[in-house]
Design a protein around this ligand. Structure first.
Ligand code: NDP
Length: 296
């Protein structure tokens, strides 16, 4: 049976390190990192995420600034808010909760965020820097995946990695980070032929598709490490819903060497990495070297 990769515990440890660094920044530099989160509309899932982000930001000793705007907000008003936050020295990180209402151009909004405050790492300049291997702000869920892999496996050099999913927010940046770790990377997607056979080649398999339990146990190379990014709510059969990943956990656990559970695997890493990115951004904006405790 596979070892369970305890993302929840790892994320708690990372948040503790972030909290310790924040305390040092406040004491020695008079710098309290600030994270501004902008939510447009009333999407219930987004409201939960924003609430959790705000709570964990404050628990880490940082400043949490929330802007909740109605779904009818005009694009130009949202852009004006982003420009104000870009200019605000108390704000070191800006996150615009996605998705945005249909009348707002998401990429225009993301690219209006200062590249130095883009703690989601979605700004086109940060995407470009990641792809050419320059220092940048790196997307949070992908960072979390690679941290868990390095914690589990140590050096990833030479490993065969298959990433299923090619979205800009998960699949592509995970692939870039694995390439940076010297893996041999294959990116698979909905047009990939014989996906099962492609997955069976993987020492490291990252599933980020958004299809409940799509990756089956017999797709897993014996002993492989499986990172399940998926978060899918399905009918639990008892009148309630339950969360499952993109991997059939029970089947995959028979073959894998190690696997992340859902929930409690990759999920908790996302906010922990967001806090980490905010502190890294604050340090860089003030010319302070990023403390060792926050290195990847
Ligand atoms: P997207 O819908 O943006 O992308 C899904 C990708 O999966 C696409 O590249 C798509 O291929 C591919 N895909 C879809 N169906 C298949 C299939 N049958 N076979 C092979 N490939 C397929 O999703 P995201 O990347 O945003 O999210 C992926 C999952 O990760 C979701 O479950 C989401 O909830 C979860 N997630 C979790 C986070 C966390 O904090 N843990 C954060 C973000 C996402 P194509 O490009 O060809 O259409």
């Amino acid at each position: 049976m596979a070892t369970t990769i305890k993302g929840k515990a790892f994320a708690a440890g990372l948040r503790e390190r972030v909290t310790a660094v924040v305390a040092e920044l406040v004491t020695h530099h008079g710098l309290r990192p600030g994270l501004a989160v902008v939510l447009v509309g009333e999407d219930p899932a987004s409201q939960v995420y924003v609430r959790n982000k705000g709570r964990q930001t404050m628990e880490a000793g940082m400043e949490s600034i929330e802007h909740r705007l109605p779904a009818s907000t005009r694009e130009e008003d949202l852009l004006a808010l982003i420009h104000r936050l870009n200019d605000d020295p108390a704000v070191h990180g800006i996150l615009v909760q996605l998705p945005l209402p249909g009348h707002i151009d998401e990429s225009k909004v993301i690219n209006a965020i200062s590249v130095h405050k883009d703690i989601d790492g979605f700004h086109i300049e940060n995407v470009g820097k990641l792809s050419i291997g320059e220092e940048s702000l790196v997307p949070c869920t992908p960072s979390g995946c690679v941290m868990l892999l390095k914690d589990q496996l140590g050096d990833l050099t030479g490993k065969s990695a298959v990433v299923v999913g090619r979205s800009n927010i998960v699949g592509k940046p995970v692939a870039m980070l694995l390439l940076k770790e010297h893996c041999t990377v294959t990116i698979a997607h909905s047009r990939t032929r014989d996906l099962a056979a492609v997955c069976r080649e993987a020492d490291i398999l990252v599933a980020a598709v958004g299809v409940p339990e799509m990756v089956k146990g017999d797709w897993i190379k014996p002993g492989a490490t499986v990172i399940d990014v998926g978060i899918n709510r399905i009918d639990g059969g008892d009148g309630k819903t339950r969360l499952v990943g993109d991997v059939d956990y029970a089947g995959a656990s028979e073959a894998a060497g190690a696997i992340t559970p859902v929930p409690g695997g990759v999920g908790p890493m996302t906010i922990a990495c967001l806090l980490r990115n905010t502190v890294i951004a604050a340090c860089r904006q003030h010319g302070i070297p990023v403390p060792d405790g926050l290195q990847g």
